[in-house]
Design a binder for this molecule. Sequence first.
Ligand code: DC
Length: 230
Amino acid sequence: MNYIVTIDGPSSSGKSTLAKRLAKELSISHIDSGSIYRAVTLYAIENNFIVNQKLMLEKLVSSLSYSDISLKENGNGIFKMFINDQDVEDKIRGLKVSKYVSEVAKHEEIRNYVLKIQREISKNKSIVMDGRDIGSFVFPDAHVKFYIDASLKTRSERRYNQLKDKEKGISILEVENDLLIRDNTDKTRKKSPLVIPENSLIINNVNRTIDDVLNQMLKYTKDIIDKKVS
Ligand code: DC
């Protein structure tokens, strides 16, 4: 039986790390849906569709129909983001993309474009997908749903530690500010905002080790899937 596990939560709550590990433990694929929005944003920046901090939405959408933004599997269930055959996995994690991604992701046209990629890639396989609207909107009938949360302080520290070597001179305050703005945009946008999905298990990921949270998620998932199969 193929099944879908969704993991939603705010930026840097730890959901992608947990999603990756959970998928590995379950021997199924992991899709980080934020990476698709990040690739669309990188594409918009590199093709000058963001001018004076303003997104040229119509031009971007029309240009996307001539481009190939896709996730490609490396054979081990790990997917990487490509734009027109170029591996952009590293580029999409930078601060510049982070700064604009929520603004790009709030538009219905962009969400519909990403939705097609999300649904297509999940056909005929079991997956763990993490993001902001996966259990609520993309896969409302998913078999297992999680919502991972953590305090702003914990999330800022986590993100700062990920970025500090790559982005020289970055401050923790800058990171915290970026997270606050993104949280607000993600939670208040009209189209599929970040919410706690119905029937999801809420996990507060503060002062707990990854292994501890992972074991809880693994047990919860296996209990549900085993019941469905038997
Ligand atoms: O998880 P992340 O920080 O890589 O996500 C980047 C942005 O993409 C996030 O700020 C909002 C957007 N996003 C979204 O709107 N819906 C999703 N399912 C995943 C990400």
